[in-house]
Design a protein. Structure first.
Length: 205
């Protein structure tokens, strides 16, 4: 397809596509003349992923380029590809700084039997959350988190079920990113609705 068709199918302006080409986020098309090039579905999937990274995940162009480079490097490893796209794997591979509760998070992960990389940023987020709650007088520990973790486990199964049958790593990364980031507000809304319903069940005649 020509760049105009790529623009129409992706919803990205020709000007922006040319910018992505200059910045190296999008690989060049196949030259058909001195001023014309053709693009294929690989460009379309990559362009959609760029939009998801910059628009949905809110990454800068430079950060999106790092993620795309990492995706290319690990193109044959769908597990690594999804981890990079979702931000559950650090592109640079450096460990996240842990809080005092980091060891407790590690124990929780071990108890659940989860295979989670030691540098996963979510470990640090969970440790910082435990620390903040305790500082506010809420003594939440890993035992209290176990039932929530089991619910998250079931949610993860539903998430990954949505990716079954997708052979293109870029398409799988894009779908995972959109489902995860865009669906999170809906999941939070469902939790609020469920809390209201449970409160009514317990406290209303």
């Amino acid at each position: 397809m020509r760049i105009s068709e790529l623009s129409r199918r992706s919803g990205v302006s020709v000007t922006t596509i040319k910018y992505y080409l200059r910045e190296g986020l999008l690989p060049p098309g196949r030259q058909t003349s001195a001023t014309q090039a053709e693009y294929d579905d690989h460009h379309l999937h990559r362009l959609r992923l760029i939009r998801a990274l910059t628009g949905v995940r809110g990454l800068s162009v430079g950060a999106a380029r790092e993620v795309l480079d990492a995706l290319t490097e690990h193109a044959g490893d769908i597990h690594r590809t999804l981890g990079v796209a979702l931000g559950s794997v650090r592109v640079g591979g450096t460990p996240a700084e842990g809080a005092a509760e980091a060891a407790e998070v590690a124990e929780l992960v071990d108890e659940l039997g989860w295979r989670v990389h030691e540098t996963a940023p979510a470990r640090a987020v969970l440790a910082e959350t435990l620390s903040s709650l305790r500082a506010l007088g809420v003594p939440l520990d890993r035992r209290a988190l176990l039932p929530y973790a089991r619910l998250a486990e079931r949610t993860a199964v539903l998430d990954l079920d949505q990716l079954d049958g997708l052979d293109d790593p870029l398409e799988a990364a894009e779908r995972a990113l959109l489902l995860t980031v865009l669906l999170e507000p809906a999941l939070m809304a469902l939790r609020r609705l469920a809390q209201e319903n449970e409160s009514a069940r317990r406290h209303m005649p």
